[in-house]
Structure formats: structure tokens, C-alpha cells
Design a protein. Structure first.
Length: 257
């Protein structure tokens, strides 16, 4: 019997960027959680999103795929509306879609600046805005955004650092605005995590993965880089009932500090 049919866990989650890396790990983790019986996977990558949904379904978790660019606010609304109607509600919205394209300031084109600002900041705005009507009907609604340790400053990727600092401001502002309605809004700020994004970044900059990851590991107190599953665990805490009195917080998952 499927988990949905057995009535195990009543919640529905939607995860943007669910096709790869941290977002895919979040889909898996929420799918295993008692609190959730269904997960909607939003991404641009049709194949990856299909894989994530198939993995959920194999475990008896209902899944829906939405192929949409998170910067297209109206299209995100349509996608979320259709997922909410098929999956029967929405309790947690997680915005994990992200890209990384940088350059030193003197060489950064407006297009590169905008693509990163739009994906992270407008993409987070679009998902929460689209989710809001359904979250208002949930008995335990929550939002989790993904910021980054890069919000503290990152040379050569000022657009990314600015976008991730913006995500922190968005989190705290929406927590204040939506708290009176019982909607919790938090963010996770990961450090250096082994994902396709960081591996691509190393390759594009002509760096050996071992050197790039090794340097990042040296900067963390634990002396190692992180795994997507370790970020997903923090997201599950904030999204589900364990985090019921936590809102407006940024949880750093960096291996310290
Ligand atoms: N990997 C890290 O070290 C790290 C650290 C801190 C924060 N983050 C953040 O975590 C999130 C996930 O990153 P990741 O490392 O798993 O990257 P990833 O590249 O593995 O996954 C990102 C996913 O987002 C999707 N995506 C990108 N732009 C999109 C758009 N416009 N519309 C819809 N989908 C889109 C991609 O197709 C991909 O599936 C991002 O917000 C990233 O900035 C990552």
C-alpha cells in the first residue's frame, strides 16, 4: 500500500530546484519524513525532475513534476496551482533552485548580474507568492529558502553574494509579515556542498575538484565539505513539525563557523 493510501503523514511539500544536488536531496528527505505524503518537484531540468519524482514514487510518496523557470512569476503561479490541485494542498514550500555565474566586477555584464539575482531572489519571491494562497489553508504551513555562506561576501561572484544576502532579508521580512497568520519562514545557509553546481564551478574555472574542495574544506571548522543530505536534514527540521516554534531564522550548515 502506498504511504498516501495508508494515510501516513498528511503534508504536501513543493521543492524548486528538486532535480539536482541539494534540492534533490531535500525531495528525498521530505519524502521519507513522517510529516509529508506528497512532494511536487519544480525545475527547468525535465530529466532530473522526472528522476526525482520516480524515486519518490518508488518509495510510495506521491509526486508531481512541474517544468518551469522560477524567474517567470506567472508561470510559477500556474505550476504551483496545478500541483496544489493534484496533490491536494500545500504545507511546505522550499526554494532551492539556483545558478552560479560570476566575474570580477569590471567584467560582470548586466546579463550575468541579472541572471543570478533573478534566479535566487525573484525565484524565491515567485515560489512563496505562488504558494501563499494554499499555505493559508494549511494547518501547519512553512517556507524554507536557501541562502548561502556567500552572503558574508564572495570575491568574483558579487551577484551571488548579494542575492544570497537578499534571501536572508526576504526570509526575515516574510517571517514578520506572515507570522501572524501562523506561516513560518526560515532559511538554510549552506557552506561548501558537493553538488553538480560546485563541480561545474570548479571545471569552468579550470580548477581540479580535489584542490577546489580541499581549499573549501580547510576553511571549515570540521575540516571537510558538506553533503547535500546534511543540508536536507536542516531543511526537514525547519519545514516540518520539529521546527514548529522557529521562524525568521537563518540556519548555517557550513561545518562551522
Ligand atoms: N552547492 C553548494 O555549495 C551551495 C552552497 C550554498 C548554497 N547553495 C544553494 O543551494 C541551492 C541548490 O544548489 P545546488 O548546489 O544543489 O545546485 P544544482 O545545480 O545541483 O541544482 C540547482 C537546480 O536548480 C535548477 N534551476 C536553476 N535555475 C533554475 C530556474 N531558473 N528555474 C528552475 N530551476 C532552475 C537547476 O536545473 C538544478 O536542478 C542553490 O540555491 C544554491 O545557490 C549551494
Amino acid at each position: 500500500m502506498s504511504r498516501a493510501a495508508s494515510g501516513c503523514g498528511g503534508g504536501v511539500a513543493i521543492v524548486s530546484g528538486g532535480a539536482s544536488g541539494i534540492g534533490a536531496a531535500i525531495c528525498r528527505r521530505l519524502g521519507e519524513a513522517e510529516a509529508f505524503r506528497a512532494v511536487g518537484v519544480i525545475d527547468l531540468d525535465e530529466k532530473g525532475a522526472g528522476r526525482a519524482a520516480a524515486e519518490l514514487e518508488r518509495k510510495g510518496v506521491a509526486a508531481q513534476v512541474g517544468i518551469v523557470d522560477v524567474t517567470d512569476v506567472e508561470a510559477v503561479q500556474d505550476t504551483v496551482d496545478s500541483m496544489v490541485s493534484v496533490l491536494g494542498g500545500l504545507d511546505a514550500a522550499v526554494a532551492a533552485a539556483g545558478n552560479l555565474a560570476g566575474a570580477p566586477l569590471a567584467d560582470m555584464t548586466p546579463a550575468v548580474w541579472s541572471s543570478v539575482i533573478e534566479t535566487h531572489l525573484t525565484g524565491s519571491f515567485a515560489l512563496v507568492k505562488a504558494a501563499l494562497p494554499a499555505l493559508r489553508r494549511s494547518p501547519a504551513p512553512s517556507v524554507v529558502l536557501i541562502s548561502s555562506v556567500a552572503a558574508r561576501g564572495i570575491a568574483g561572484n558579487a551577484n551571488y553574494g548579494a542575492a544570497k544576502a537578499g534571501v536572508m532579508g526576504l526570509t526575515r521580512s516574510l517571517a514578520k509579515e506572515l507570522g501572524p497568520e501562523g506561516i513560518r519562514v526560515n532559511a538554510v545557509a549552506p557552506g561548501f556542498i558537493d553538488t553538480p553546481l560546485t563541480r561545474r564551478h570548479a571545471e569552468q574555472n579550470g580548477l581540479r575538484w580535489e584542490d577546489f574542495a580541499g581549499a573549501a574544506a580547510d576553511e571549515s571548522a570540521l575540516g571537510r565539505i558538506g553533503a547535500p543530505e546534511e543540508v536536507a536534514e536542516a531543511v526537514n527540521f525547519l519545514a516540518g513539525p520539529a521546527g514548529s516554534y522557529v521562524t525568521g531564522q537563518i540556519l548555517f550548515v557550513t561545518g562551522g563557523p
